[in-house]
Design a protein around this ligand. Structure first.
Ligand code: F6P
Length: 320
């Protein structure tokens, strides 16, 4: 019989995390389960910063990005002794199950806790969309909207000046943000970690566009692939045009969550409580082919890979 559950958000914040927290709290309370919030991820758990979350505490948060619980990266959680302390804190507060909302690093912590005997359920929350076992992570849709809004603005000024605009997106080692935005914004070229970058191909796409009378070129680049300033220098020499570089940075993570992020986060949050009520732990939730599903965390981390959408990549190159 589950009486009390805990929630924490961990890693980079993602728009929609609050919607998930709200759904967890309200689903649990509707089933007579008490909910404890843990501040600042595994760090706050280690420091025992735990408080009760009531129905009203999650009012008016559905439309806000970030996370009301706060978040942190806490590499020390890899340490077995630190996790043992965390487990005794969870037991001291009589928490029966923990919902962890975050990215791959957060999943690893939850996997270890589950192996060591504490049931955890993970919800994918990261703008990177790089989590295995789910087609979409909470926050990706909103970050994509943010990228598109900014690239549309950059296009206005680039075409007025006949310039080339190089735009770096976040994504860590996953090209989804850059790739999806490239199709949505009609970029001339997209550079992602999943595909070998070819300078010749980039030159060709830009040269072809200029020959056809285009007054701008947009190149989207996922972070951590190359040095955007060096690429700008190469392109300037090759085309003789002015280049401007923009690193979008953390603006991608803010702003009111899209309908998609709010809805999926609500579905996942509610599903997480149902799983804990059924005594299911050590699992992560996903959305696959439009269905909410769950997998073993270990299986998802070790045997699954987030799929790169080759068709979308080919479409991006075809539509220039
Ligand atoms: O994982 C989400 C993410 O926004 C990545 O895209 C990015 O590389 C990283 O976090 C930035 O981390 P921080 O917010 O710690 O600077």
């Amino acid at each position: 019989m589950i009486k009390k559950i805990g929630i924490l958000t961990s890693g980079g914040d993602a728009p929609g995390m609050n919607a998930a927290i709200r759904a967890i709290v309200r689903t649990a309370i509707n089933s007579g389960i008490q909910v404890l919030g843990i501040r600042d991820g595994y760090l706050g758990l280690h420091q025992e910063r735990i408080f009760e979350l009531k129905r009203d505490d999650v009012a008016d948060i559905l439309n806000r990005a970030g996370t009301i619980l706060g978040t942190a990266r806490f590499p020390a959680f890899k340490d077995e002794a630190v996790r043992k302390d965390a487990m005794s804190i969870l037991r001291k507060h009589e928490i029966d199950g923990l919902v962890v909302i975050g990215g791959e690093g957060s999943y690893k912590g939850a996997k270890l806790l589950s192996f060591e005997g504490f049931p955890c359920v993970c919800i994918p929350g990261t703008i990177d969309n790089d989590i295995p076992g789910t087609d979409y992570s909470i926050g990706f849709s909103t970050a994509l909207r943010n990228v598109i809004d900014d690239v549309d603005k950059l296009r206005d000024t680039a075409s007025s000046h006949k310039r080339i605009s190089l735009v770096e997106t976040m994504g860590r080692n996953c090209g989804d943000l850059a790739l999806y935005a490239s199709v949505a914004c009609g970029a001339e070229y997209v550079i992602v970690p999943e595909r070998q970058f070819s300078l010749e191909e980039l030159y060709k796409n830009i040269d072809d566009g200029l020959k056809q009378g285009k007054r701008h070129a947009i190149v989207l680049i996922c972070e951590n692939v190359l040095d955007i300033k060096e690429l700008a220098a190469d392109l300037e020499t090759h085309t003789g045009l002015e280049i401007r570089t923009t690193i979008l940075g953390h603006v991608q993570r803010g702003g009111s969550p899209t309908a998609f992020d709010r809805i999926v986060a609500s579905q996942m949050g509610s599903y997480a409580v149902d799983l804990i009520k059924r005594g299911v732990g050590g699992v992560c939730i996903g959305i696959q082919d439009n269905h909410i599903v769950h997998h073993e965390i270990a299986e998802s981390l070790c045997q699954m890979q987030h799929k790169f959408d080759v068709n979308l990549y080919n479409l991006s190159n075809l539509l220039i």
